[in-house]
Structure formats: structure tokens, C-alpha cells
Design a protein around this ligand. Structure first.
Ligand code: ADP
Ligand code: MG
Length: 608
């Protein structure tokens, strides 16, 4: 129930439209009740001999019969037409409100996914998230449309019809309404099972999305190892399972509807039998029996809708819950209540009190007894303590899995330490405003990330208002201008998905150009050249060295060629600092670095 109320909150901004929908709904229910009456009057008082009922306007009943007939037929047609128009309008508005709510949910989920930490995203399957944001979010729309509005209209229709029927003839009404309690019991019997099956089917369906996602990602691997058939078979196992589970869900629903329609048909038969006997005994007019039968026919729809409401709402709330699970995932990394502003040391500071508490970043970094583990039981980083002075470049080397990438991820606060603190200008990162902290850092990863847009927009991603001249300057510094000039539309060439294809080296140089343009005082690089061949590496290394100039740099290094120019080398083994010093210093003694430099050890690999 809480879930449903919370879900309905997404439609609150449209409460005005919802009000109009409710008015239209009440109007169309009223018209619906009036619809069979012109016919009943024609049958009873124009064709038959019965006097007009007391509520019928007295002046009209004086009219000649033929004229009255025409008037009643006009009434009949108008009632039907106005009812149809009102229902159409109400449906249109309901769909509009439903779609706006869906849009709000999706926007919020996307926004939240952008805020959640790397730890969340690494531990969560992307296909499942896509399914939740794409498919499960539609449950909000069906909750409003089928769950709320349809139910409201069904309940109104039923209650008012029951009222009119009871005033006309209570005995006959009992026959007509006898179906309702039986229906309630049937719904209760089915609802829970339908819900469970709905949830299970949804899970199987989401798994299919995950597998498609994984399948696309692993395609080079699958094709090169010629494992297509096995992958296909594994996929088919899952689609088969998903199909069976959906079938078991729908099978139960079909069976349920069957039971309902048997129930309603029996009730119609019963009503006709009893009503016709009352007409024969003159206890009921033919016109009134027609109204009863018309109502009973119209009861089928709302009853059917009500009987399905349980299933609809439970399927919808399963989807809604899965969306809320994303929205309720805690954002581990967020601003402390009194987080301090951060700015580059060069910028002139205004004199407001907020600005006075600002931390001016030169680039002095400190690790103070930092420990971190992805799982509580196993530390990946153990009690790290070291200092890096502003403007210095540091290469982080060490065997694979020793925690180098993890160490780097602490600086932009993709993760936070479990113990100890990471410091910038002596201030714990957790006391700084996250967005402003991240603005001080440029990040270059092993796999260059290219967005599906133009070259220029890719480069200016971190500085949206950059001029073309600035973009070009950054590209020149990154050794990228030359190949960009040879593209068909130069800087306006679309790249990334569906765009021009670039080599990994070219992509990486675009990433470096992006970092140049951001011009942040701190530079973080994680094996920036490891995806490159030797030839494109040399070009990238040149740009790297240009980029490092004047910035505090932490670079996880993969090749000897990229670390020879750094000020300091930090060797990480088993999550602890085993060596820390200048290359000359480390070369002079028996160290991991000297073994690497002499070629006894493969860099970042195991001992030879
Ligand atoms: P390196 O970059 O030095 O190769 P990492 O920092 O990537 O090492 O990983 C250090 C250790 O942490 C490894 O044992 C790895 O399995 C583990 N690890 C890395 N990322 C995660 C994660 N998202 N969840 C759980 N364990 C992880
Ligand atoms: Mg790594």
C-alpha cells in the first residue's frame, strides 16, 4: 500500500488534470445510467399503456405520441454520443497524465543512476538496470490508468447502478448483485498466486535483458573462441525459462477470466428467468426489465475490470518495487551538511563567508592510514600513508590486483575509505563539496570513453562553453589535431556508436584532449597506454608528458616508457606501499622497481 501511495506521488504535479478526469468520469457514469431509459419509456408508455413515471416532465407527457417518440429517440442518440465523447476525452487525459508520470519516473531513475557510486554500478548488472528503467517503469503508467482511474470508474458505475436497481425492484436486484460476493471470493483466491507468478515472470524477463547485454559486450570473446553455439544455447535456455514463467502467469489469468465469465453468464440467465416471471405476473414492466438487463450487461465490464484490478495492481506494484529499489539504493558518496567549497588556487576569491571557508587547491595530496575493502572481510588497501606534493608526478606500479585502480578511485571519491582519510591540501575529501572536488581532477582511463556525438563535443565534455579555438588547441596538445583534420567533417564528425570509427590510439588522444581542455590541477590516469600498440603509444606518451607538466599527477603505469619521466614511484604490493621514492633512489637498491627496470620482472605482472 505504501509503495502504491508513493508511486501515485509521481502524478501529483498533474492534480489539475486528474480533477478534470474525475469530473468527466462522474459525468459519464451518470450518462451511462441514463442511457437505457429512453428505450424503457418508449416500450412502456408509447408502445405500451403504462403512464409516464412521476419524474417525467409533465408538459412533455401531453405531447402527441409520434412527436414524443422522435424526442425520445433524439434523447437516446444524444445520451450515447455525449457519453462517448466524454469517455474519449477522459481516456485521452488519463493517457496523457500516465505518460507524464512515466516520464518523471524515468528522468528520476536516470538522474539517480548518475549519482550512485561506482561501487553500486560495478556490483549491479547493467541489463537489469536497463530493464528496470525502461520496462518496469511502465508499471507506474498502468497503475494510474488500469489501477486507479479504471477502478474508480468501475466502483462508481457499480455503486450507482446498484442504487438505481434497488429503488426499482429490490428482489430482482438481489439476483443481479448475487454475483458480486462470489466474485470477491474468486478474486481473493486467485490474487496472491497471480502476484507471485507475476514477480517470478518479471525476474526471468529481466534476466533475458541482462544476457543480451552481456552477449553484446562479450561478442569479440565469443566470436574469437567460436563459442557462439554455446552462448546461443545458454540464451535459449533462459528465453525458454522466461517463456514458461510468463506462460504460467498468463495461464492462470486466462483460467481466472474463464471462471469470471461463467459466473456472469449464469447470473444473466438467472436474472432473465426471474425478471420475465415478474413481468408475466405484472410485478415489473417490460421497460424496467430492459433497464435491468441493460445494467447487467453494463455490469460485466466494471466487474471484469474490478476482478482484474488485483492482478493489474499486483503486477504493477512488483514493477514499481523494482524501480524503487534503484531509487532507494543509498548514494554513498554525497556532500556532508557543511561541506566546504573547493576552488583552484589561481582563482581570485570573493569575500563572502562561504568563499572564505573555500579550500584553494594547489594539488597537495595525502593518504593517512587509508584502508579499503569491497567486502568488509577483505581489505584491498591496507593502512596506506604517503604524501604527494603539488605539481609532482607519481607513477603507481605493482602486481596486477594489488589495488592500484582502487587507490586511484579514492581521489574523485568514486569510493570512500573504510578507515583513515584521503586529504587534499590537508583537508579530508569527505569535508569538501563532491562536484567541486571532481572539477579539480581530470581522469584518463585504460579504455578511452567516446560519447556518441561529434569530435568537438567529445573534447569539450568537461567544458561545455569552450570555443572551437580552445578545442583545437587542446587537440593539438594531445597530438590529435592532425588525424581530426583528416576526418570528413573535421571537428564536426560524429564519432562513437554509429559514427566514424577511430583506432584505440586516436580515441585515447581524444580523451587526452578532453583532459587538456578541462585544465584541472590534478591528473589521474589508469594505465592510459595499455590498450595501445607500440607505435600509437609513442604518440600518446608525448601528449601525456605534455599534459602532466605543471599538474599533480597520479598515473598507474603499465609500461616502463611511461614512468621514466616521473618524480616519484610508488610500488603497491598486496594493498600496501612497499616502496616510495624517486626512480634514481629506487634504482640504487634492490627494489621491485630496479628489478622491473633491469627487465627481471614484467611490469605489473608476476615475477619472471
Ligand atoms: P589493480 O588495478 O592493481 O590491478 P584493483 O584495484 O583493480 O587492482 O583491484 C584490487 C583488488 O580488488 C582485486 O583483488 C580485485 O579483485 C578487487 N576488486 C576490484 N574491483 C572490485 C569490485 N568492484 N568489487 C569487488 N572486488 C573488486
Ligand atoms: Mg587496474
Amino acid at each position: 500500500m505504501k509503495v502504491i501511495l508513493r508511486a501515485l506521488g509521481y502524478f501529483r504535479p498533474d492534480h489539475g488534470k486528474v480533477g478534470i478526469i474525475v469530473c468527466l468520469l462522474i459525468g459519464s457514469v451518470g450518462l451511462n445510467l441514463l442511457k437505457p431509459w429512453p428505450m424503457a419509456l418508449i416500450v412502456d408508455s408509447i408502445l405500451g399503456q403504462k403512464p409516464f413515471p412521476t419524474w417525467f416532465p409533465h408538459a412533455w407527457s401531453e405531447w402527441p405520441k409520434l412527436q414524443l417518440l422522435t424526442a425520445l429517440i433524439v434523447c437516446f442518440v444524444s445520451l450515447h454520443l455525449i457519453h462517448a465523447v466524454m469517455s474519449a476525452l477522459q481516456n485521452y487525459l488519463t493517457i496523457a497524465v500516465g505518460l507524464r508520470g512515466l516520464q518523471r519516473v524515468r528522468d528520476e531513475v536516470f538522474g539517480w543512476l548518475q549519482r550512485l557510486s561506482m561501487r553500486f554500478h560495478k556490483g549491479t548488472d547493467a541489463g537489469d538496470l536497463i530493464f528496470r528503467a525502461g520496462n518496469d517503469a511502465c508499471a507506474f503508467q498502468s497503475l494510474l490508468e488500469q489501477g486507479v482511474i479504471t477502478t474508480l470508474s468501475a466502483v462508481l458505475n457499480l455503486v450507482l447502478m446498484a442504487g438505481v436497481m434497488l429503488t426499482l425492484n429490490w428482489q430482482l436486484s438481489l439476483f443481479a448483485l448475487a454475483a458480486v460476493p462470489v466474485l470477491m471470493v474468486t478474486v481473493r483466491l486467485f490474487a496472491k498466486r497471480m502476484k507471485t507468478r507475476g514477480v517470478i515472470a518479471q525476474q526471468a524477463e529481466s534476466k533475458v535483458y541482462s544476457l543480451i547485454n552481456q552477449g553484446i559486450k562479450a561478442l569479440p570473446l565469443t566470436q574469437s573462441y567460436t563459442r557462439e553455439q554455446e552462448t546461443q544455447r545458454r540464451f535459449e535456455d533462459h528465453t525458454n525459462r522466461a517463456q514458461q514463467r510468463k506462460m504460467s502467469q498468463h495461464g492462470l489469468e486466462v483460467f481466472f477470466w474463464l471462471a469470471i465469465s461463467v459466473l456472469l453468464t449464469s447470473d444473466t440467465a438467472l436474472l432473465t428467468w426471474f425478471g420475465a416471471r415478474q413481468v408475466l405476473q405484472n410485478q415489473l414492466s417490460l421497460g424496467e426489465l430492459l433497464v435491468f438487463l441493460a445494467y447487467l450487461g453494463q455490469m460485466f465490464d466494471p466487474l471484469n475490470q474490478l476482478s482484474m484490478v488485483g492482478a493489474t495492481v499486483s503486477t504493477a506494484s512488483a514493477g514499481i518495487k523494482r524501480v524503487f529499489e534503484i531509487l532507494d539504493a543509498p548514494d554513498e558518496v554525497k556532500d556532508a551538511p557543511n561541506a566546504r567549497p573547493v576552488q583552484s588556487a589561481g582563482k581570485r576569491r570573493p569575500r563572502s563567508s562561504a568563499a572564505r571557508s573555500a579550500v584553494a587547491v594547489e594539488g597537495n595530496i595525502g593518504f593517512d592510514k587509508v584502508s579499503f575493502g569491497y567486502e568488509p572481510a577483505r581489505n584491498v588497501l591496507n593502512n596506506l600513508t604517503f604524501q604527494i606534493r603539488a605539481g609532482q608526478s607519481t607513477a603507481i606500479i605493482g602486481p596486477s590486483g594489488s589495488g592500484k585502480s582502487t587507490l586511484l578511485n579514492l581521489l574523485p571519491r568514486f569510493i570512500d575509505p573504510a578507515q583513515g582519510s584521503v586529504l587534499l591540501e590537508g583537508v579530508d575529501l569527505r569535508q569538501l563539496r563532491v562536484r567541486e572536488l571532481r572539477a579539480q581532477m581530470a581522469l584518463v582511463l585504460q579504455e578511452p570513453i567516446i560519447l556518441p556525438t561529434t569530435v568537438a563535443e567529445n573534447i569539450s565534455f568537461g567544458k561545455a562553453n569552450a570555443s572551437l579555438a580552445e578545442i583545437e588547441k587542446a587537440a593539438r596538445s594531445a597530438n590529435a589535431h592532425e588525424f581530426i583534420s583528416e576526418l570528413r567533417q573535421q571537428y564536426r564528425t560524429p564519432i562513437g556508436e554509429g559514427g566514424a570509427s577511430l583506432s584505440v590510439g586516436e580515441r585515447q588522444r581524444i580523451n587526452l584532449a578532453r583532459a587538456f581542455l578541462k585544465n584541472a590541477p590534478i591528473l589521474l590516469m589508469d594505465e592510459p597506454t595499455s590498450a595501445l600498440d607500440v607505435e600509437s603509444e609513442s604518440q600518446v606518451v608525448q601528449s601525456l608528458q605534455a599534459l602532466m607538466r605543471g599538474r599533480t599527477t597520479l598515473m598507474v603505469a603499465h609500461r616502463l616508457s611511461t614512468i621514466q619521466c616521473v618524480d616519484t614511484i610508488l610500488v603497491l604490493e598486496d594493498g600496501a606501499v612497499s616502496e616510495f621514492g624517486s626512480p634514481e633512489e629506487l634504482l640504487g637498491r634492490d627494489s621491485y622497481y630496479s628489478r622491473v627496470a633491469k627487465g627481471h620482472v614484467e611490469l605489473n605482472g608476476a615475477l619472471r
